[in-house]
Design a protein. Structure first.
Length: 117
């Protein structure tokens, strides 16, 4: 099993920045992919960014050029640096890890990000 603990959410003005952190513990060596998703009321959870064990990244079109995902394998932590935030980035952000075998998916508890003036 893998445990994920997120931090770093909060209230920020449009154009501002936030950095989310997700610390992983447990079966770290079995993690093959980590990512950040977000969800707003009434909508499905959507992928924001992901990173593989070989540092291949993937971003949603809506955040390309503004968000950066960074995986620190020494600290077993994945970060989401969010710049130029927009009100439409407001959501609960969830950390995700996929482990082998079986591609089992684990989720953090979520952290609220609110972009508002």
């Amino acid at each position: 099993q893998v445990q994920l603990v997120e931090s770093g959410g909060g209230l920020v003005q449009p154009g501002g920045s936030l950095r989310l952190s997700c610390a992983a513990s447990g079966s770290i060596s079995r993690i093959i992919n980590m990512g950040w998703y977000r969800q707003t009321p009434g909508k499905e959870r959507e992928l924001v960014a992901s990173v593989t064990g070989t540092s291949i990244t993937n971003y949603a079109d809506s955040v390309k050029g503004r968000f950066t995902i960074i995986r620190d394998t020494v600290k077993n932590t994945v970060y989401l640096q969010m710049n130029s935030l927009k009100p439409e980035d407001t959501a609960v952000y969830y950390c995700n890890a996929i482990i082998r075998p079986g591609m089992t998916s684990y989720w953090g508890q979520g952290t609220q990000v609110t972009v508002s003036s």
